[in-house]
Design a protein around this ligand. Structure first.
Ligand code: ATR
Length: 274
């Protein structure tokens, strides 16, 4: 039996084991995917242990996505640029790191919006999640990505460290609020809408129009206040379930060569979220 898993802290509520074990069943793969609780201080030992056990692959979640990089044998260039690894594959005894969070977000978006090409986007937030999404969208060839963050210096740093060419401005809150109608895509990546703090907004959504796709990477709650407001303005909205499902689908493809049934994965996740 092949061994897969996810390491993180906390890990008890991870939806990845149910999602991947269901796929192993579906495709008749003799494998098991387990959650491993690994605290910050135990990361190095855990990675060595998994390697010694001959693990086939594993996911990496909070708080290890950056720290794991120095413990791997090889890291894919996009993951290295983003500075975060969420998927590891054992390739003939060598642990190789990938990032499927950013590319998963783009793939989920492409499912909805078909073509990113000549679009312009506004990303709200400049943390780890924003970085993965920004770099992946730039790599995918989107025309323009503007960035608004409460702390503008962090947005500047993110834009300046992107290895892919894209038109981009760091804008302030007032400018962002005024120009919301000019973007085809608005992506909310801050942690603001997460439980239990569901009432605050990263900026006023008043000027969002029905021509915009608004995406929030949060999936618990399924609809943040920001997403609800955007829907009220008539925008097409997408929550974070898509990004979660597609990062998992791309990880599964890296491990098995099979791009799995994403609709089934989504149903599995929604069941889990109750
Ligand atoms: P993640 O890896 O999930 O992106 P992170 O790296 O901690 O998490 O980044 C959190 C993001 O949410 C940042 O953009 C942060 O803004 P700052 O850079 O100004 O800190 C944003 N954020 C979190 N709480 C916020 C709040 N109450 N108001 C505005 N922005 C907030």
């Amino acid at each position: 039996k092949k061994l897969f898993g996810v390491i993180g802290d906390p890990i008890a509520h991870s939806m990845s084991p149910a999602m991947h074990n269901d796929l192993f069943d579906l495709y008749g793969i003799d494998a098991v995917y387990l959650p491993f609780h690994v605290s910050k201080g135990n990361l190095e030992k855990a990675v060595k242990g998994l390697k010694a056990l001959g693990v086939s692959g594993f996911n990496v979640t909070i708080p290890h996505k950056t720290d794991i990089i120095s413990l791997l044998d090889k890291v894919d260039p996009l993951a290295r640029a983003i500075g975060a690894v969420n998927t590891v594959k054992n390739e003939n005894g060598l642990l190789v790191g990938y990032n499927t969070d950013g590319p998963g977000f783009v793939k989920g978006l492409e499912y909805m919006a078909a073509d990113l090409g000549s679009r312009s986007a506004l990303i709200i937030g400049a943390g780890g999640a924003s970085r993965g999404i920004y770099f992946s969208m730039a790599q995918a060839g989107i025309e323009r990505i503007d960035l608004y963050n409460r702390t503008p210096e962090k947005a500047e740093e993110l834009v300046n460290s992107c290895p892919f060419k894209v038109e981009s401005n760091v804008i302030g809150r007032e400018a962002a609020e005024k120009s919301l109608a000019e973007y085809q895509l608005i992506i909310q990546t801050t942690s603001i809408g997460m439980v239990p703090d569901t009432e605050s907004l990263p900026l006023s959504p008043e000027n969002i129009t029905r021509n915009t796709i608004v995406s929030d990477i949060i999936y618990n709650p399924l609809q943040t206040k920001f997403l609800k407001e955007a829907a009220r303005m008539g925008a097409a909205v997408q929550n974070g379930v898509g990004m979660f499902v597609f990062q998992g689908a791309l990880a599964f493809e890296i491990w098995t060569g099979i791009f799995p049934d994403v609709n089934r994965m989504e149903m599995n996740v929604l069941r889990n979220l109750g």
